[in-house]
Design a binder for this molecule. Structure first.
Ligand code: FES
Length: 104
C-alpha cells in the first residue's frame, strides 16, 4: 500500500503505508515536516492535512474530538482532516494528502 503526500514546496512524495498505521505516523516516519506534537492523541491539530477531493469521501467520518480539535487548526478548509485520526487500510491504498501550514 502507498500514500502520496505533497509537502510545502508542492513536491509529491510516494510513501509506503502499512495497514493499521495512522497516516500521521507514516508521514512522520518518512521524515516529512509534520509536527504532530501530541503524538496522535487528537489534542494538538499540528498533524493537519488537506485530503485530495477524490479521497475525502472515502475516509471514516470525523469523531467529535477531531472536529473540535480541527476548529483550532490554522487555515482549515472543507477537506481538512487530522492525519493522526486516519487509520491506514486497503481501502485507502493510494490516498493523497497535502501538508497544511503550521504557524510557529
Ligand atoms: S498528532 Fe496531535 S492531533 Fe494529531
Amino acid at each position: 500500500m502507498r500514500i502520496f503526500v505533497t509537502d510545502f514546496d508542492g513536491t509529491e512524495h510516494e510513501l509506503e503505508a502499512l495497514e493499521g498505521w495512522r497516516v500521521m505516523e507514516i508521514i512522520r516516519d518518512y521524515g516529512l515536516p509534520i509536527k504532530a506534537e501530541c503524538g496522535g492523541a487528537c489534542s494538538c491539530a499540528t498533524c493537519h492535512v488537506y485530503v485530495d477531493e477524490e479521497w475525502f469521501g472515502k475516509l471514516r467520518p470525523m469523531e467529535p474530538e477531531e472536529e473540535e480539535m480541527l476548529d483550532e487548526a490554522y487555515d482549515v478548509k472543507d477537506n481538512s482532516r487530522l492525519s493522526c485520526q486516519i487509520l491506514m487500510g486497503e481501502e485507502l491504498d493510494g490516498l493523497k494528502v497535502t501538508l497544511a501550514p503550521n504557524p510557529d
